[in-house]
Design a protein around this ligand. Structure first.
Ligand code: 26Y
Length: 819
């Protein structure tokens, strides 16, 4: 008998129909009569997965044979959402799968909704990692994403009596057909214990770490398919398991619960995603998570490299490791430990390899979000890594002193913060361990140089560079907005599907009335789809003809949902006092989660819901104003919301939003933006032209100046009747008759301090909103600007971001010099 070779799968609908039936029968064990919708989803997923595997094996073989450099993207978060539509669309299978399912009277659109969202992330940073994974596959950059396989992803949000309630999320409940457990790729991860000095005759003295605890990291792989299936990369997520699942002594002596103690402790490491994205809690379990996935990923990278090359001297020629913020920054110390203690390298060469291999992306300047760890905790959990950090610090300070930096600057670059009870600064560690450090928008990168990394930038002036974020046009245009995709294909041809820059051809059609009308007709359909969701979930009926004014993102004081809802209140007052004026109908839509421990953010959610209840029940504003808070904002909801927006709210206090990526998704789908000169809004202004974006408010420099002058909102509020009356109505309990005191502190903060410049920016915001009202009446002008937004956003594709990283930081991917 000859050894068989696997047959590449055919993609016609008849083959699909028979394979879906085969999966249903032999993988799930049901016949069509007994199959529930979920079974059809699983059978379809498995049939599609077979096609992915063909491409996946091919991609891996090609990369291994060519010896191309690989990118390893280390991230605590991957906010990927659903994968079925992504895979089907990128493989060009939409039509055959749809037709195949029709044979069984099953609709793809229905079953794909049953796939759970993989919500292994909080927000922007995690979603960026997911867009980057898709773009690396689409642009042919060989890559591994490395992260954590949380059993419970980001919590599910419900709103009960106007307040956020957090519920556990359980995405693995029905199993996960996308992942492959790789038991053979398991690594031991140590914690605690002691470091011993070993002095053998004839050999240089060395340190050896003897951990007090060990857990096992087991790999789970998910294939990530690029556009047209040309390349498939791997997302490798680590799950923690006990090396000793049952303590036999305890078990045999009858202590059956106690026997599982170790297993529970080990498995706790990967049980849940921390739901705070702006305030470091400093929990030991979080540091365990960070080290666990860093060490597992590095051990995996080293094992693969040694298998291919037999040496680690050339590691940085073959691997680029990107640190997604400081969450994996302990990797710098861990790679040094592995090189020196395990693989026998001398310090200097280990350091050269480490720096050449790592690069680091910073996503925030907010002091409360910068990670630092108490020395005593670090030392107890990771004693050898702590020694290495001290040594890196001594070396860095020596270098700074030689270059003549003064005491204040030395304090600023030190890896140890001596002011708050001695802590390890993870930003400084990531910076010195990397050859390139990047910010995520032009403004943010400049601010990094001026603030958090001022002194390190002086010491290493060529290391910081900018890489403005982007979003994948496959998910955020083609899949989320099939109506617009069809219209654009019809108007300018399909070339933009492969080269999104071609969207620029639409610009010429912005003044074509017939095209504009079709464009706005697609927008209306998308708004009807969202209106249906709002009706079904909240029993609020909204008019799809009204302006959909949307702010969806994490709830945070700096993002200023509070400013938006105050404007809604002022508008509500004005419509009632001046009903004769020419008000334009609006639906103000909000969505987003607050960190469970973030009290002010939760109050803002409560206020939005309180205002919504009152406004939506008031017949005097019925057709002019509605306020909606959509619970449980997530990737799948974003796919419905982005295409349905007329107006996108990007109103953060200038200088505080590193980039934003929702801003890009909205504008790509033809929403106009009202926003501050913050993050990537600044670059959107450059690409869109100032007629096509509505910018207001203080600049980052002005905000910084006011904060230095101890600005307060009192005189501004006293001089603005609109703002004062809106705030008075909040305090008087107009929206909270059952809780008069509820918002007293939220409002008094504006009078006494106004740290987020809400009072300071209110008037400019209000005026800009009224300009947008005027524009809304002028349908052709609004349509023209909407078309120009779609036409001019292509630069914000994550393909462009990835090509810049590949060229300037990783030296990997198509076109990279062979090494
Ligand atoms: C340390 C812990 C508290 C922490 C956990 C998560 C700190 C930060 C985060 C997440 C930060 C984040 O999502 N940042 C966002 O990154 C986006 C992608 O670069 C930016 O577009 C966005 O402006 C930024 O807030």
């Amino acid at each position: 008998l000859m050894a068989p070779t696997p047959q590449r799968r055919q993609n016609d609908s008849a083959t699909f129909a028979s394979e879906i039936l085969e999966k249903l029968t032999y993988a799930i064990g049901k016949n069509p009569a007994a199959a529930r919708r979920h079974d059809w989803l699983e059978a379809t997923t498995l049939a599609v997965r077979d096609r992915i595997i063909d491409h996946w094996l091919e991609s891996n073989q090609k990369t291994t044979e060519s010896g191309e450099k690989r990118v390893c993207y280390l991230s605590m978060e991957f906010l990927i959402g659903r994968l079925l539509r992504d895979a089907i669309s990128n493989l060009g299978l939409t039509q055959s799968v749809t037709e195949a399912l029709a044979v069984y009277d099953v609709e793809l659109d229905m079953i794909e909704l049953l796939e759970p969202d993989a919500a292994l992330g909080n927000g922007g940073l995690g979603r960026l990692a997911a867009c980057f994974m898709e773009s690396m596959a689409s642009t042919g950059v060989p890559a591994f994403g490395y992260g954590i396989r949380y059993v419970h992803g980001f919590f599910r949000q419900e709103v009960v009596d106007g307040e956020q309630v957090e519920l556990p999320e359980n995405w693995l409940m029905h199993g996960n057909p996308w992942e492959f457990e790789r038991r053979e790729n398991s690594y031991e991860i140590g914690f605690g214990g002691k470091v011993a000095a070993i002095d053998e005759p004839g050999k240089p003295p060395r340190q050896i770490w003897r951990p007090g605890e060990r857990v096992l990291a087991v790999a789970y792989d998910t294939p990530i398919v690029g556009w047209r299936g040309n390349h498939v990369n791997t997302l490798r997520l680590w799950s923690a398991q006990s090396l000793d699942p049952i303590l036999l002594d305890a078990f045999n002596s009858g202590d059956h619960i106690g026997a599982l103690r170790e297993a529970n402790k080990a498995e706790a490491i990967t049980r849940v995603l921390y739901p705070a994205d702006s305030h470091q809690a400093g929990q030991e379990l979080r540091l365990r998570q960070e080290y666990f996935f860093s060490s597992a990923s590095l051990q995996d990278i080293i094992r693969r490299h040694l298998k291919a090359y037999g040496t680690l001297h050339n590691l940085s020629d073959k691997v680029a490791i990107q640190l997604n913020d400081t969450h994996p920054a302990v990797s710098v110390a861990e790679l040094m430990r592995l090189l020196i203690d395990v693989h026998g390298f001398a310090w200097d060469e280990a350091w050269t390899i480490t720096q050449a291999t790592f690069s680091y992306t910073n996503h925030t300047l907010l002091p409360e979000a910068l990670e630092t760890w108490p020395i005593h905790l670090f030392e107890r959990l990771l004693p050898r890594q702590m020694q290495i950090i001290y040594a890196i610090n001594a070396q860095t300070i020596r270098e700074a002193t030689q270059k003549g930096l003064d005491g204040g600057k030395i304090t600023a670059i030190s890896l140890i913060d001596e002011n708050n009870g001695r802590r390890v600064r993870m930003g400084q560690l990531a910076f010195v361990g990397s050859h390139a450090i990047n910010g995520v928008s032009a403004l943010h990168t400049e601010l990094m140089k001026e603030t958090v990394f001022h002194s390190l930038h002086e010491l290493y002036p060529s290391r910081i560079q900018n890489k403005t974020n982007g979003v994948t046009p496959r998910r955020w245009l083609m899949q989320a907005n099939p109506g617009l995709t069809a219209l654009v294909t019809d108007a300018i041809g399909p070339a933009f599907l492969d080269n999104v820059e071609k969207l620029a051809d639409l610009d010429a059609l912005a003044t074509d009335a017939a095209f504009r009308e079709k464009f706005m007709a697609v927008k209306l359909e998308n708004k009807q789809r969202l209106a249906k969701v709002i009706e079904e979930r909240l029993a609020i009926s909204v008019d799809p003809g009204a302006m959909f004014d949307i702010q969806v993102k994490r709830i945070h004081e700096y993002k200023r949902q509070f400013l938006n809802i105050i404007e809604a209140i002022a508008l509500y007052d004005q419509i009632r006092s001046h009903p004769e004026r020419n008000w334009q109908p609006r639906v103000k839509i909000f969505g987003g989660k607050a960190a469970p421990s973030y009290a002010q953010a939760k109050e803002i959610i409560h206020l939005i819901n309180d205002v919504a209840r009152v406004v939506n029940a008031d017949p005097s504003v019925q057709n002019l104003l509605k306020v909606v808070f959509i619970p449980n904002y997530n990737v799948s909801l974003a796919e419905i919301i982005m295409p349905a927006a007329d107006l996108s709210e990007q109103i953060s206090t200038a200088g505080l939003e590193a980039s934003g990526t929702g801003n890009m998704k909205f504008a790509l789908n033809g929403a106009l933006t009202i926003g501050t000169l913050d993050g990537a809004n600044v670059e959107m202004l450059e690409h869109l032209g100032e007629e096509n974006i509505y910018i207001f408010g203080l600049t980052a420099a002005e905000v910084a100046a006011r904060r230095r002058e101890a600005h307060s909102g009192r005189s501004i509020i006293e001089n603005s009747r609109l703002l004062r009356e809106a705030l008075d109505s909040i305090v008087k309990g107009v929206f909270s008759p059952d809780g008069q005191e509820r918002y007293a502190s939220l409002v008094s903060n504006l009078y006494n301090n106004d740290w987020w410049m809400i009072a300071a920016d209110f008037e400019a915001y209000w005026q800009t909103q009224r300009k947008l009202d005027d524009l809304w009446q002028d349908t052709p002008s609004w349509g023209e600007k909407a078309v120009r937004n779609t036409a001019r956003m292509s630069w914000f594709s994550s393909d462009r971001s990835i090509r810049e990283y590949a060229k300037d930081i990783w030296r990997a991917g198509p076109g990279a010099p062979a090494s």
